[in-house]
Write a protein of this length. Structure first.
Length: 332
């Protein structure tokens, strides 16, 4: 029989009561028994399926063949401690540390195992009941990752909301102005979060994000034209980019291309590889002649600085034919 390190000496097979092995073959969990020397004396059908060996190949082999090499020393020490008392006992294996099985192919998988110690025919026998929990572990890791991502997004969102509430109040000229501006900005955040949640991912699709943010501002077919490749951006970048787009669209609806029936907005983007830098240009046309603002309101300030935390650069200019905003944003 072939095991790690070569051929293992074959020991006499333990004599179990008639029918024991047949009963164990019906058990859904793997069952492996070893003697005082750590050699396998029994393996049921479920254990064969778990580890990829037949029972005939396993009997007489060191139990180490079922354990990754890096855990051999810890496993032997644990078995030594467990074997010291002479009374029967049952408990979970390796409480507080990772338990991993090794398939014949070399593939490793997470397991749970319950150990028992008992006397059989005057000899101490140690049995492990083993269950493959790799699928459950993967699900747990994904849930933990999702929970961490949700908490992270919530912290970021609340920080942005707090800033928007404070700064919008400072710039508002009336209660109605404050209400409308605040609700619009909060709606922009909400739409971005919907895109992230619907995508069930830690990032967002740029095209879908732009489409979602500008949907409330489309007053006719062709008023907003998008052109660019499929690009994914991180959640924390998506939130700030959504606010930038919302401010541009709001200004366009009040004073620019979207304030007249014939105005249009063209948004084009490219993504340079392998550097992963997004270049996006917002260009308005067909609207009223642009008059550069004499003061910078909160909206303009937000547009200029919202991507600084991501090492982005925003160049907002006011050509007479239409407002232009060029964004350069390193992705990742």
């Amino acid at each position: 029989m072939i095991v790690a390190g070569g051929l293992a000496p074959l020991r006499p097979r333990a004599r179990f009561e008639p029918g024991v092995e047949e009963i164990l073959s019906l058990v859904g969990d793997g069952v492996v028994s070893i003697d005082r020397d750590g050699l396998i004396i029994l393996a049921n059908r479920a254990a064969e399926e778990l580890f990829g060996y037949t029972a005939g190949e396993l009997v007489g082999c060191p139990v180490d063949v079922l354990i990754p090499a890096r855990f051999h020393q810890a496993h032997r020490a644990e078995v030594s401690v467990f074997a010291a008392p002479s009374t029967s006992e049952q408990r979970a294996m390796a409480a507080g540390r990772e338990v991993v099985g090794r398939h014949r192919s070399g593939h490793e998988f997470a397991i749970e195992a319950t150990l028992s110690r008992y006397l059989f025919g005057g000899e101490q026998i140690y049995t492990a009941v083993i269950r493959d929990v790799s699928a459950r572990k993967t699900d747990e890791q994904q849930r933990q990752l999702l929970a961490s991502e949700v908490a992270h997004r919530l912290r970021n969102t609340m920080a942005v909301v707090a800033s928007i509430v404070t700064l919008t109040a400072r710039q508002a000229v009336s209660i109605d102005d404050y209400r409308d501006a605040l609700l619009g900005r909060l709606a922009a955040i909400s739409r971005t979060n919907d895109e992230l949640i619907n995508g069930a991912s830690a990032d967002a699709r740029l095209g879908a994000l732009i489409t979602s943010e500008l949907a409330p501002f489309r007053h006719r077919p062709g008023s907003i034209v998008l052109a660019g490749p499929e690009v994914r951006i991180l959640a924390r970048q998506a939130l700030d980019l959504a606010l930038l787009l919302h401010e541009l669209a709001t200004n366009a609806a009040k004073y620019g291309a979207l304030s007249v029936p014939t105005g249009t907005i063209a948004i084009e983007w490219v993504c340079a590889r392998p550097a992963g830098v997004l270049d996006l240009v917002w260009q308005e046309s067909g609207g009223p002649v642009v008059i550069p603002p004499t003061r910078r309101g909160f909206g303009s300030q937000l547009i200029s600085r919202c991507l600084r935390g991501h090492h982005g650069v925003v160049d907002l200019t006011y050509p007479a034919e239409g407002v232009r905003c060029a964004v350069t944003l390193p992705l990742g």
